[in-house]
Design a protein around this ligand. Structure first.
Ligand code: ATP
Ligand code: MG
Length: 150
């Protein structure tokens, strides 16, 4: 990223039960958080789509067949150019985790082909956000951190 992050302007954190009803809740929280910035409709739509993909992954893969808590953290940073801000969204679960993150991030890779998953979630996140990092290990859950300059 070209703009160096400066300081935190705002931060919210939310824990919710990993059930599909809460996907739209998480999207709504992020949309509300972002509304304090000058975002375009397209940027807002991109951010909400990326959040949906990460939250869905936590629910359907992380907690596959069980239910657990998902954490959403939103942070807004000022940049040193004074004109832009950086949005950071972290979505984490305490589920089964990913043994090979590099492989999981490949387009079309899925461990649930029988559920008609297309293996494009991480690719969507990468396309719609400026930067995506994934930290995970088996049985240790997963944290996806996404950044976008606004
Ligand atoms: N939070 C998570 N916990 C455990 N495994 C995960 C998690 N997120 C992703 N994965 C693994 O990474 C794979 C790729 O994820 P990705 O979102 O790209 O595709 P998908 O979820 O399988 O399909 P799609 O998102 O297109 O419906 C998943 O199939 C799953 O094996
Ligand atoms: Mg997915």
């Amino acid at each position: 990223m070209s703009n160096k992050i400066h300081s935190i302007l705002n931060e919210v954190k939310l824990d919710f039960l990993g059930i599909s009803q809460n996907e739209s809740f998480a999207r709504g929280v992020v949309a509300n958080f972002v509304s304090q910035c000058d975002v375009t409709i397209e940027q807002l739509s991109d951010i909400k789509t990326a959040v949906s993909e990460a939250v869905t992954n936590a629910i359907v893969h992380g907690y596959k067949g069980t239910t657990g808590m998902v954490t959403l953290a939103c942070r807004l940073y000022s940049s040193n150019d004074r004109f832009t801000k950086t949005l950071e969204i972290a979505i984490s679960d305490n589920g089964i985790g990913i043994s090979n993150v590099e492989k999981a991030r490949e387009p079309l890779f899925t461990t649930q082909p029988e559920m008609e998953r297309s293996g494009m979630g991480f690719t969507v996140m990468e396309t719609f956000m400026d930067d995506v990092t994934v930290r995970s290990a088996p049985k240790c859950g997963c944290i996806v951190t996404m950044r976008k300059t606004l």
